[in-house]
Design a protein around this ligand. Structure first.
Ligand SMILES: *Cc1c(COP(=O)(O)O)cnc(C)c1O
Length: 461
C-alpha cells in the first residue's frame, strides 16, 4: 500500500514536469494524492467502526483548502474549526453544521452566538467562556429557543508532555481547556454540569505530533471516567458525547503509515472499553495523520554551490512552505527526494549536501548535511509528507507567493490527471495583500483622496 503511494507520487512528479506545472514558470508546486486521502479516511472510518456512533472531523488547520475539506466530507469526515476563517472554509466546502465542531481558546461572543444559532457544536475552553455561553443560552431561552447546538467542555487532563513541547496540550500549565487536576477543579467541573442540563460533551486533545499513543489514550481514559462520574451524579446520560481530539503522530522517517488509526483505536478499545459500548458518541479531530503523507512539494534546484567544503543546493522550497522545518529542524525533519530535470528519480551516487530554500536568512534550509544524489541546477527536489501544516499554511516571508496546489489521480486509462486545488498567488494579489492600494498612507501623498496621511515633520514645523 505504501509502495503504491510511492509509485503514484513518482508518476505525478514526472507528469507535473511534462505538463509544465513544475518548471521555469512555476519553480515550486504542491501536489496532493487524491486516492491517498480517500484511503486515509477509509482507514480512519474502519478503525473506529462500531458499536459506538462516531463523528469524524478533520482539524481544518492541518490543510485549510476547501476542496480538501469537501473531499474529506464526502469520505465521511467533517470539520473541526478553530477560528471564524476555518469555519467559513468548512461552510464553503458544504460541510453540514452538525458535522462541524468549533474549538478555539479565544472565541468571541459573536462567534459563540453564531455557532449556537447555526447548530455548530462548541467546546468551552474555560470558565469565562462558559459564563458567556450561559448568557447566550439565557438569551436564546428568553426568545423561546433551546441551546441551539451541542455544548461541551474542553478538559486538560494534565497527563504530561510529548517529545515536542510546543505541540503538547495536556501539560500541567497548558493554555488549553480546564485543568482537571488543579485544586478544586474537578468539583467545579461536576457542579458546572449539574447546573447546566444543556452541557452534554467532554472534549480533550493531548497534543499534535510527538505525543506517545499511551499518553493520548490516558487522557481519553481520564475524561471517560470523568464523564461516568458526571452522568452518575446526574442520574442520566447527560454527557452523551466524548470528543477525543486528534494528535495521532506521523512517521516522517519513512513511507510506512505508522502508527495506524487501527493501532490507536485498538489501544483505546483495550484501555477505555466503556467508550465504545454505544452509550457515548465518539468525536475525533485528526489532522496531520489524515493528510501529511498525502501531499508533498516539488521544487526546482536553481543553483548549486559550495561553501567551507559544504555542498549546497539552492532550491525554491524553503521556510515559506516548510516553516516549522526551517525554524525547528530537530523537531521537524523532512525526507527529501531527488529527481532529474525530467522528473525521473536520480540514481547518481549520493553526496552530503544542504538543501536550501530561496529565503534571505541563513536558517532557510530544509535538509542539512543530507546524503542525496548530487543535485544540479534544473533538478527537482521533493519534500515528502508535507500534506499537512506545510504548503497549505504558507508563510509570506520575502513576499514569496503561495504555490499552486494540485490534486492528482489516475483516469480510466491509467494516466495521471491533475485538478487545481488552489491557484498560485498572483502578483496582483501579493501586492494587494501588502498594502499596495494604501500607497501614500504614510507619506501624506494619499491626501488627494482625503487620506489621513501627513508627514510627521510637518506637524512639528
Ligand atoms: C490541532 C488540533 C487537532 C489536530 O491535531 P493533529 O495533530 O493534526 O491531529 C485536533 N484538535 C484540536 C483541538 C487541535 O487544536
Amino acid at each position: 500500500m505504501a509502495l503504491d503511494a510511492v509509485a503514484r507520487r513518482r508518476e505525478a512528479i514526472a507528469a507535473a514536469v511534462r505538463e509544465g506545472l513544475l518548471g521555469p514558470e512555476a519553480p515550486l508546486v504542491a501536489l496532493l494524492d487524491v486516492e491517498g486521502i480517500r484511503q486515509a479516511a477509509r482507514e480512519l472510518r474502519d478503525a473506529f467502526a462500531g458499536p459506538a456512533p462516531v463523528l469524524h472531523t478533520f482539524a481544518v488547520k492541518a490543510a485549510s483548502l476547501v476542496p480538501v475539506l469537501e473531499l474529506l466530507d464526502a469520505e465521511g469526515v467533517g470539520c473541526e474549526v478553530a477560528s471564524p476563517g476555518e469555519l467559513e472554509l468548512a461552510r464553503a466546502a458544504g460541510v453540514a453544521a452538525d458535522r462541524i465542531v468549533f474549538d478555539s481558546p479565544a472565541k468571541t461572543v459573536a462567534e459563540l452566538r453564531d455557532a449556537l444559532a447555526s447548530g455548530i457544536a462548541v467546546n468551552a475552553d474555560n470558565p469565562q467562556e462558559l459564563a458567556r455561553l450561559d448568557a447566550l443560552v439565557a438569551e436564546r431561552r428568553s426568545a423561546g429557543q433551546d441551546a441551539g447546538a451541542p455544548v461541551g467542555m474542553r478538559i486538560n487532563p494534565q497527563v504530561g508532555t510529548g517529545s515536542i513541547g510546543a505541540m503538547s496540550t495536556a501539560t500541567a500549565t497548558s493554555k488549553f481547556g480546564v485543568a482537571l487536576r488543579d485544586e478544586g477543579a474537578e468539583e467545579w467541573i461536576t457542579d458546572s454540569f449539574a447546573a447546566r442540563p444543556w452541557l452534554t460533551r467532554l472534549h480533550t486533545h493531548t497534543g499534535s505530533q510527538g505525543v506517545p499513543l499511551e499518553l493520548m489514550a490516558e487522557s481519553v481514559r481520564v475524561v471517560h471516567e470523568l464523564a461516568e462520574r458526571i452522568n452518575q451524579r446526574a442520574g442520566r446520560q447527560q454527557i452523551d458525547t466524548i470528543d477525543i481530539g486528534g494528535g495521532l503522530p506521523v512517521n516522517f522517517a519513512g513511507d510506512e503509515t505508522e502508527p495506524s488509526f487501527a493501532a490507536y483505536a485498538d489501544l483505546l478499545r483495550r484501555s477505555v472499553p466503556g467508550l465504545f459500548d454505544g452509550r457515548y458518541t465518539i468525536v475525533t479531530e485528526f489532522g496531520r495523520s489524515l493528510l501529511a503523507k498525502q501531499g508533498f512539494v516539488a521544487a526546482l534546484v536553481e543553483y548549486t554551490k559550495s561553501a567551507g567544503g559544504r555542498r549546497i543546493a539552492v532550491t525554491h522550497a524553503g521556510a515559506h512552505v516548510a516553516t516549522r522545518t526551517a525554524f525547528a529542524p530537530e523537531a521537524w525533519p523532512l525526507r527529501v527526494g531527488a529527481f532529474d530535470a525530467e522528473g525521473a528519480p536520480k540514481r547518481t551516487p549520493e553526496v552530503v549536501q544542504d538543501v536550501a530554500g530561496p529565503c534571505c536568512f541563513a536558517g532557510d534550509l530544509v535538509a542539512r548535511e543530507r546524503a542525496l544524489p548530487e543535485l544540479e541546477p534544473g533538478d527537482v527536489v521533493a519534500l515528502w509528507d508535507t500534506g499537512a501544516y506545510y504548503f497549505s499554511t504558507p508563510f509570506q516571508y520575502n513576499s514569496l507567493p503561495r504555490p499552486a496546489v494540485h490534486g492528482f489521480g489516475r483516469d480510466a486509462a491509467g494516466r495521471v490527471r491533475f485538478s487545481l486545488v488552489r491557484p498560485a498567488q498572483r502578483m496582483e494579489e501579493l501586492l494587494a495583500d501588502s498594502g499596495a492600494a494604501q500607497r501614500g498612507a504614510l507619506t501624506g501623498t494619499a491626501g488627494a483622496a482625503g487620506g489621513p496621511g501627513r508627514p510627521v515633520s510637518s506637524a512639528a514645523s
